[in-house]
Write a protein that binds this ligand. Sequence first.
Ligand code: PLP
Length: 416
Amino acid sequence: MTLENIKLDLNFVKSQFPAFKDPLAKDWSFFENAGGSYVPKNVIDKLTNFMTSTKVQPYADYPMSKIAGENMDKATEMFANMINAKNNEILIGGSTSINLYVLSNALKKFINIGDEVIVTNQDHEANISPWRRLSEHGAIIKEWQFNKDTHELEINDLSKLISKKTKILAVTHCSNIVGSINNLKEITKIAHANNIIVIGDGVSYAPHGFPDVKELGVDFYTFSLYKTYGPHLALLYGKEKILQKLPNQNHEFLNGQYPYTINPGGPNHEELVSLIGIYEYFENLFNHHFSNQNLTILEKVNKVNELIANHEEKLGNKVLKYIYERKDLRLIGKNIIQNKDRAPTISFTSINKSSKEISDILLKYNIATRNDNFYAWRCLKHLGIDPEDGVIRISMVHYNTNDDVDRLINALEKIN
Ligand SMILES: Cc1ncc(COP(=O)(O)O)c(C=O)c1O
């Protein structure tokens, strides 16, 4: 049986997420996943177990502490395996915004007066402001602007911005407004040919399939675990050979002990351990849909990624087609998903109504979404959209169903 014939079993998926049985949430179609996703029961169980029996200072020799430490290491190791990184290339912090801020602080060591830093205007502000701030240390900031007609970041435009002085490129793998998957592998190749460090923001990418960071080739990559079915934490991957060279921003005695040197302080222990539950959920998905057990963690994750992508493509394309064909709605980004070139994160505005008005009407139909700029206000300004009213964003993940999409389209039908 080829993967095309294997369909994601939505009943199974939904049975893994207690929220879908919860009285508060169960009657809603949830389309705010790009803001934060629900968590599977494995994550909740791991969190509860940690809090119940091992909520002590980890890494001592008594059993409660020993198991706490072992589980913390296990969580890091599993995530490293899931994204094809080494254990010591993974850093877990409070949020992507914090991780990138701390990273930019560390990387400023490499910046001399007159060096150039490239940021985009398609990114969330978390991957712009920390890099723009390097101007306080003498860096010249250049902006890679997306094409106003296609809404895409054109690689030709990047090449024009690069000079011998360019040191850093911060770029999103997938915009949380436009939804296109940028060709980060190709972008990184171009940057590396010019000795530029690449920081990829994978926050809007990772919920739709975990990345293979080695395949992408990026130097740093970040995503928010609370949008990939976990608790409110974020992961930062960094290439070992660069992490080794970064200054110690943690306690003095930790000198040389990267990646602990990057963040001043450690991660939230109980939430870190609960990340094992994300891996277990992916493994449950794999075991439910596939039979070959002799695969590595990465291979299993890739299979699940593909399964998810096929389902999301069908849902996404139905919504995209509907919005694109409505003359009164303005769709942002591509109007079709093909070969995972777009996430089902779908933003639009209306010519007749404010985004707030549309969002309010959708709420009446139990459609959970919102209007906002989603902190990508430079992107909205470039599109000529008022960042206060923003766009309506329909953001789906694999647990969304065809019924959710039908409810959405039926509700939109009533709005003109
Ligand atoms: C694309 C993108 N990058 C970065 C962030 C910031 O993530 P965090 O909330 O973990 O700081 C977000 C949050 O919505 C995002 O959508």
